[in-house]
Design a protein around this ligand. Structure first.
Ligand SMILES: Nc1ncnc2c1ncn2[C@@H]1O[C@H](COP(=O)(O)OP(=O)(O)OP(=O)(O)O)[C@@H](O)[C@H]1O
Length: 230
């Protein structure tokens, strides 16, 4: 008899009756920001990302933070596949950079990653991420002196260094010009081809919306999902 398929084999993300209510007076349940009766998501293998959109204030950041486990939902259930649970990385719209050099930020990420790496491997990872992000020339520069676009690249490289299975990006295109958004789309493509499941929020129509394989839209307190053809 075939073994019954377990939840973990079914989907990367599994959600039932998840909802978020805004904090309110202790006696009142608070205004419902969004509710998701049912959602099961497994990205197409090595292809594209989820584009999460919605009007300002619709709750995109809150949803990403709940998915990342950084904020509790008001109710419902949320489960990540066993191999991904505990390894979900969330990247803030204005990521915090450590007050050290560009390379120093990557060195710290290499040192604190979940997997153990030798000193030589960590050095290789830092070199590879400097090159991947196009920041090799800036390696010794203080991270705080980078431009907005360069800061965003460093933050992404720092998150990607440890190859998390899931990456949640909050408005990664904010403050980027069109060329930088197109470069970001290329990097995201590489990440998804390497097996990383990406959900990113954006309220703009740009290279990030064109490269997605699914669109999730928050509207009227609900999440509407649509799979892109192809
Ligand atoms: N702790 C809180 N207390 C009260 N209201 C909150 C709290 N956190 C979030 N909100 C409200 O929840 C709503 C959704 O916020 P959220 O940042 O998730 O939206 P968003 O879709 O990401 O918005 P934007 O596109 O403007 O970044 C906003 O109206 C916000 O003011």
């Amino acid at each position: 008899m075939p073994k019954p398929r377990t939840l973990a084999e079914e989907s990367l993300l599994w959600v039932r009756d998840l909802q978020y209510r805004l904090p309110d007076a202790p006696t009142s349940p608070g205004r419902l920001l969004w509710q998701i009766p049912s959602l099961e998501w497994t990205p197409d293998p090595r292809r594209g990302w989820v584009h999460l959109s919605g009007d300002n204030g619709s709750g995109k950041t809150t949803l990403l933070r709940v998915l990342a486990g950084m904020q509790p939902a008001s109710g419902g259930e949320l489960r990540w596949q066993k191999g991904a649970a505990g390894q979900i990385r969330y990247l803030h719209q204005q990521p915090y950079l450590f007050d050290t050099s560009v390379a120093g930020n990557l060195v710290l990420a290499a040192r604190w990653q979940p997997q153990r790496r030798s000193a030589g491997e960590q050095r290789d990872q830092v070199e590879a991420m400097l090159e991947w992000s196009g920041l090799s020339e800036h390696a010794r520069q203080p991270a705080r002196s980078l431009s907005g676009g360069e800061r965003a690249r460093l933050a992404l490289a720092r998150a990607w260094l440890s190859r998390p299975p899931v990456l949640l990006l909050d408005e990664p295109a904010a403050n980027l010009d069109q060329a930088a958004v197109e470069q970001l789309a290329i990097r995201l493509e590489q990440m998804s081809q390497a097996g990383c499941a990406v959900i990113l929020s954006s309220h703009q129509d740009n290279a990030l919306s064109h490269g997605c394989t699914a669109r999730w839209t928050l509207a009227e307190v609900s999440l509407h999902t649509e799979r892109m053809p192809g």
